[in-house]
Design a protein around this ligand. Sequence first.
Ligand code: SF4
Ligand code: SF4
Length: 368
Amino acid sequence: MSEFSEQLGSGFSSIVPELDAWRFGGESFATCSECAMKPRTGQVLPEHRLVFKAEARCCTYHPDLPNFLAGRALRRGGIGADKIRARLEHLDTRYATGIVRPPELELEYQNLGKSSFGNAEELTCPYWISGTHNCTIYADRNAVCRTWHCKSVDGARGHSAWTALRWLLLELESELAKTVTTTDAPARDASVENWVEWYIACAERVDHLDIETLKSLRTPKLEFLIAEVAQAITLRNESLPEVVAPSVADWFVEPDGVALTAWSGYDLVDAPTWIFELLSRLDGTKTWRAAKFETEAEIGKTISDDLIHTLHRRGLLSAPEPQTGTGVQWKIHQAPGVENDHALQELAQRIIDAMHEDKNLEPPNTSS
Ligand code: SF4
Ligand code: SF4
């Protein structure tokens, strides 16, 4: 059993034995104990470098906890169990299938808008505490908390694999919660301790489900979600193809270079401004080595193979169709205070046009 499937507890890997083999390791760029999204002391970052408040982070979110995960956390005891008991004081959170976000919080999320994520301390999770290890129910956190990362070492492809896994785990959580929900759940206004007993009983029932019941939960929908994860992992693990094309979602011009991203403004990769010379030659037809030699001749510098491997690993280069060329939005953001570099912008715009028109690029004749 892998460390990952072990954390999920019995049940999950009996239904989806594939979980034991899939590699979903720690994301070393998402350094949660020293949150990678909070600015370091004295650090002044340009506006496009999104930051989170130390006392909010990505836990500006109220997870729904399926009954058996709530029960496991309660059974474990400690601060997590106390936090769940406190949450259960709120009648609108109690459901037989699990503990949900109260409706007024839903409204608050909507009112505060998207920018509240990572910053609105008033929206911080009820199971969160200050300090290095912030999650009091870490071992029993739900699929969203388990799979969300602000950064991925495998860039967009890593993010896609985590997202596919999230949908699978959410489905598993939901099916397991429904399977152990009997008709004798406490009334909404029952005591907190009645609800605590209910959720612990659900955890016990999940832990003792017989193998036939577990196997019966492998529905066609689950098969589909399993196939999606397997495919996302295959794409994530692809080695650098001979021919690649840019799969850049966005970039920002900065005083000393550019910051590129393949999927999210949370996950930027620093690169020199001449990177566009290289990207514009990676036209999806010639090999990356040929593009590299042409670029070296143009800029008069040696480009290390490691850079190409890094760009590929971070999802900024992918095999040509079907992964690139469609659905990729290129945007140019100039960092405040940086003089407009027309040559750079022009070259960047030509990449945008070529990708949108799905045609090969002319060799660039501008440099920055
Ligand atoms: S995943 Fe969340 S806590 Fe971890 S580094 Fe990213 S924002 Fe910070
Ligand atoms: S359950 Fe834990 S990881 Fe999830 S939002 Fe709350 S504190 Fe963060």
